[in-house]
Design a protein around this ligand. Structure first.
Ligand code: HEC
Ligand code: HEC
Ligand code: HEC
Ligand code: HEC
Ligand code: HEC
Length: 398
């Protein structure tokens, strides 16, 4: 009820301000323009990821499997971008280097960041465009390759320098924390992963984004050379059932009065679950099943952030699970002998709804997109709360 009142208030406010803004996030210096044109550093012949991969083979092989590498080619991005009239500002994060842009911004009309003026980009690199969030997007600035080590610890064929941002969240948040617009009627930014983490319990325990998304590894940067402690370039998220499964812990606790409490805890995600793209939704069901497989009771949770996009953007609700928060479902055992009853808990992750997918297919050319809904968890317990089976999941990371 409170949510609806807030929403109503916000609508009135919005109508009063009469702002026709269509941008879904604030355009500031950081979000309006990406990284300026980058020259090839001394000692190298190309800044393409595959060229970096000639030497940094292990990292290149990892990066290639990630959504960062697919940030431009991803059919879901392409269809959505088409739906959003190929707005230039999407590219600030999906192909951040000017080298990756077919058109470059010459200036902003009257200094207004939402009114860029363009000219064709003579130095456009079509291969680099395909690489989305490519190596150079994070590592290359003004002829120097920045990274987590001081130059004197390395023997590199290209200029190198230490940048502390590689060891903190700040390298991620330029793209993973999007400020709300003053008129967007949201309680938090549209992709608020950074703020969710900052307001949660992990920051004080020293967990950074890299702790979970770039697991620590000791290996040579180039095979045959000496080993360093670094991070795997894996960045698994909603497109990985294995990563999503890490978010939750399930416990079944027998209470008095024949009741069972099923505790669902976000014990593994450093931010809300789910996070990021507001299309993500999670469905959890807990069932009481008898020995012939009949469901005696089913309880369910539907977890999501509900946003209305048109005609104006309003956030109606957000029941995503906070880091370390527990949600509970309750089941009641029938009277009599219950030894042969089991409790089955299932989790489904939805990348985008079937309705949204159909729309993108019908109007915006989405095709051959992999499953948009998948099971990431299936667990069985006995009535005393002991876990019976834990079906192994398909592994997608090496
Ligand atoms: C010809 C081989 C070669 C190529 C090509 C190459 N590197 Fe390197 N790079 C190295 C070597 C060697 C080191 C230092 C390894 C050592 O001393 O242990 C290094 C170091 C680094 C470091 C660590 C920097 C620091 O200060 O922490 C980063 C990051 C890096 N390279 C990224 C890249 C990127 C991005 C590209 C492509 C634009 C690239 N490299 C292309 C050989 C190469
Ligand atoms: C230049 C912008 C940019 C930077 C910097 C960046 N990301 Fe991303 N990231 C993206 C984009 C864009 C996507 C979505 C790509 C797609 O699915 O189309 C993404 C996707 C992801 C995903 C989701 C993968 C999935 O399966 O859906 C994770 C996890 C992630 N990034 C983690 C990180 C971490 C951790 C850092 C910091 C070390 C980081 N990112 C830095 C732009 C960026
Ligand atoms: C989204 C940003 C991002 C992209 C894209 C990216 N890196 Fe990195 N890279 C990092 C971060 C952050 C670290 C530091 C990880 C750590 O030490 O915890 C790092 C570390 C490194 C290192 C030092 C060794 C290590 O594992 O720490 C090398 C070498 C490197 N990256 C090369 C590459 C190459 C080559 C590519 C492309 C194939 C690439 N990176 C793409 C963010 C990025
Ligand atoms: C304690 C471990 C942990 C930390 C710390 C953490 N994450 Fe995650 N992250 C996860 C897990 C587990 C998932 C999969 C479940 C989910 O989507 O919430 C995930 C999912 C994601 C996704 C996927 C969203 C999507 O739509 O597919 C992104 C993006 C992401 N994290 C970014 C970040 C960033 C940025 C930070 C730092 C501010 C961070 N994470 C810190 C564990 C962590
Ligand atoms: C400030 C950086 C930023 C901008 C600007 C941006 N995105 Fe993204 N986008 C991301 C990040 C980060 C992710 C992935 C992680 C997540 O779910 O938060 C993502 C994910 C997506 C996804 C989901 C991809 C998948 O496979 O799951 C789509 C679709 C998308 N963006 C489309 C767009 C469109 C269209 C625009 C322009 C209207 C846009 N983005 C602008 C950063 C950005």
């Amino acid at each position: 009820m409170k949510n609806h009142l807030i929403a109503l208030l916000q609508v009135s406010l919005f109508l009063l301000t009469g702002c026709g803004q269509t941008q879904i996030y604030e355009l500031n210096e950081a979000t309006a323009v990406g990284v300026p044109y980058q020259e090839i550093p001394k000692g190298l012949t190309s800044i393409n990821a595959s060229a970096c991969g000639d030497c940094h083979q292990a990292i290149y092989a990892e990066w290639r499997t990630t959504m960062h590498a697919a940030a431009y080619t991803d059919p879901f991005f392409q269809a959505y971008w088409k739906k959003d009239k190929q707005t230039w500002s999407c590219l600030t994060c999906h192909t951040p280097l000017e080298n990756q842009l077919q058109r470059r911004i010459t200036q902003f009309k009257n200094g207004d960041l939402s009114e860029p003026q363009f000219e064709p980009n003579r130095r456009f690199d079509a291969q680099l465009q395909q690489e989305g969030v490519t190596c150079a997007a994070c590592h290359l600035r003004d002829g120097i390759i920045y990274g987590p080590y001081p130059a004197e610890q390395l023997n590199a064929p290209h200029p190198v320098a230490y940048d502390e941002r590689f060891l903190s969240e700040s390298i991620c948040l330029g793209c993973h924390e999007v400020a709300e617009t003053p008129f967007s009627l949201m309680r938090s930014g549209i992709c608020g992963t950074g703020d969710e983490w900052k307001n949660g319990p992990y920051i004080s325990q020293g967990y950074r984004c890299q702790t979970c998304h770039m697991p620590e590894v000791t290996r040579p940067l180039v095979s045959g050379m000496k080993s360093h402690k670094g991070g795997r370039h894996l960045w698994r998220g909603g497109n990985s059932p294995e990563q999503v499964a890490k978010a939750l812990t399930i416990q079944v606790i027998p209470l008095d009065n024949r009741e069972l409490r099923v505790d669902i805890t976000n014990s593994g995600a450093g931010h809300k679950f789910p996070t990021g793209d507001p299309d993500r939704e999670v469905f959890i069901t807990a069932k009481l099943v008898n020995k012939v497989g009949r469901d005696l009771q089913t309880e369910a949770l539907h977890i999501r952030r509900l946003i209305i996009w048109k005609p104006i953007m309003i956030e109606l609700s957000d029941n995503r699970i906070e880091p370390l928060e527990t949600r509970s479902l309750f089941l009641t055992l029938p009277s009599g002998q219950n030894q042969e009853l089991t409790i089955e808990v299932e989790g489904i992750y939805q990348i985008l709804s079937e309705r949204a997918r159909k729309k993108l297919e019908t109007y915006y050319g989405l095709k051959d997109y992999p499953p948009v809904r998948y099971q990431f968890m299936q667990k069985k317990f006995d009535t005393l709360g002991h876990e019976l089976t834990n079906r192994p999941l398909t592994t997608d990371s090496k």
